[in-house]
Design a protein around this ligand. Structure first.
Ligand code: FAD
Length: 400
């Protein structure tokens, strides 16, 4: 998609903004204080199609192109990033992965239930000793007669207590490292699947960040996604799309902070003038707007690299060029790094523009600053993204 949104994109964006303005934003501070989202919010999101944004229409979803999906996520995050994070995990690393690597039978069984909101989902990859180093996971999957028995403990699972199904990464054999990992779609009412600890987070407080124990959870063969040695690659593929989602969240958080700061600067008077008349404030506003616009444009550009559902590389306008998984890895990392660091910087400026009030819980910008920090960590830290970007750029230079 280009930088100017199409008519369909504007329509979806307006729908998401209206929903965020009426159903999310008025409650965001309360949910943050309560550390809990309203229980009906995902039902309402599902009714508007927001839980099936990347699921093709033939499986009950909206079948949006990834750029439109990001616009909708940005608006939801403008309302509250905790809501948008739950939506992003469900649509991105879970639904999009199923669309990309699931068998026809798996897609028919699960995708309509994901799109309708019957199954809100989670993505259980991280473990206590395996965060950036995904290949260090220790959760095991033993073969049983006609399925698998999964045992282990997962950290920081978003939607972890509320989800009705979760993609769980586990080791099916003795192979160490990245080749010995499988991905399963596990329904969370299975015996032995237990959310054991709800984390107390700095920001994104209303999002469920949960530790999950799996004690001998039995799943059928059809719960396995692809081959038992493909899970690591599925994780990388899922993380690329997840990173785009986090980039959109970061832009939404930053946009909200800018709008609050501009409103405040237009009202607050010191030395007999509105503070918006001071050049020091004007330059902050200009830099905030500039960084947000750059991050948004980069995220939209990155969305163009998301492969079509079959996972095949996709031709684009430039003759002879292709976009595929490697380009997505690079552009998604660029977009998430730029957007999350922009959000962090912009929200700090917003707090500064509010002065002492900005530091107070009664005003909205300190929450945005706390939320922004989460975007620099989840789905790949800024340090890991820099290593990914450097590797891809150096590889492209070595193999032009
Ligand atoms: C709000 C939130 C939601 C999350 N949701 C999910 C979820 O739904 N599912 C899930 O599976 N996980 C989730 N996570 C976990 C998240 O993906 C990990 O926290 C993240 O990948 C980092 O792992 P870690 O915390 O173990 O940090 P570590 O990997 O221990 O890193 C610690 C520090 O060392 C740096 N570092 C590590 N390795 C390198 C390296 N090679 N080079 C340079 N620096 C390095 C890191 O950048 C970081 O600064 C969530 C986390 C948060 C904060």
């Amino acid at each position: 998609m280009g930088v100017i949104p199409s008519a369909e994109q504007q329509e979806i964006r307006a729908l998401a903004r209206e929903f965020a303005a009426n159903e999310i934003r008025p409650f965001a501070a309360e949910w943050d204080a309560r550390r809990e989202l309203d229980s009906g919010i995902f039902r309402k999101l599902a009714d508007l199609g927001f839980l099936g944004m990347l699921i093709p229409e033939e499986y009950g979803g909206l079948g949006l192109d990834p750029g439109t999906y990001l616009l909708a996520l940005e608006e939801l995050a403008w309302g509250d990033a905790s809501v948008a994070l739950g939506v992003a995990i469900h649509n991105g690393p879970v639904a999009h992965l199923l669309v990309s690597v699931g068998t026809e039978e798996q897609k028919r069984e699960w995708l309509p239930r994901l799109a309708s909101g019957e199954l809100l989902t989670a993505f259980a990859l991280s473990e206590a000793q395996a965060g950036s180093d995904l290949a260090a996971i220790a959760t095991r999957a033993e073969r049983t007669g006609d399925g698998w028995r999964i045992t282990g403990r997962k950290k920081w699972v978003t939607n972890g207590a509320r989800a009705a199904a979760s993609i769980v990464f586990a080791r099916p054999g003795e192979a160490a490292g990245h080749r010995g990992i499988a991905a399963f779609l596990v329904e969370t009412d299975a015996e032995g699947y237990r959310p054991v600890r709800r984390e107390r987070t700095l920001g994104l407080r209303a999002s469920e960040t949960v530790e999950v124990e799996l004690e001998g959870v039995l799943v059928p063969d059809r719960a396995l996604l692809g081959r038992p040695d493909e899970g690591f690659y599925h994780a990388l593929r899922a993380l690329d799309v997840a990173r785009l989602g986090i980039a959109a969240l970061a832009v939404g958080i930053a946009q909200a902070a800018l709008e609050h700061a501009v409103d405040y600067a237009g009202q607050r008077e010191q030395f007999g003038r509105r503070i918006a008349e001071f050049q020091a404030i004007q330059f902050k506003v200009a830099d905030m707007a500039s960084r947000i616009a750059a991050a948004r444009a980069l995220a939209r550009e990155a969305a163009r690299a998301v492969p079509r559902p079959a996972g095949a590389v996709e031709a684009v306008e430039a003759p002879g060029s292709v976009r595929g998984p490697s380009e997505l890895t690079l552009t998604a990392a660029l977009a998430k790094l730029a957007a999350s660091e922009a959000a962090m910087w912009v929200t700090i400026q917003a707090v500064q523009i509010f002065g002492g009030y900005g530091y107070m819980r009664d005003y909205p910008v300190e929450k945005l600053m706390r939320d922004a920090k989460g975007t620099e960590i989840c789905e790949g830290t800024s340090e890991i993204l820099r290593t990914v970007i450097a590797r891809e750029v150096l590889r492209a230079r070595a193999n032009p």
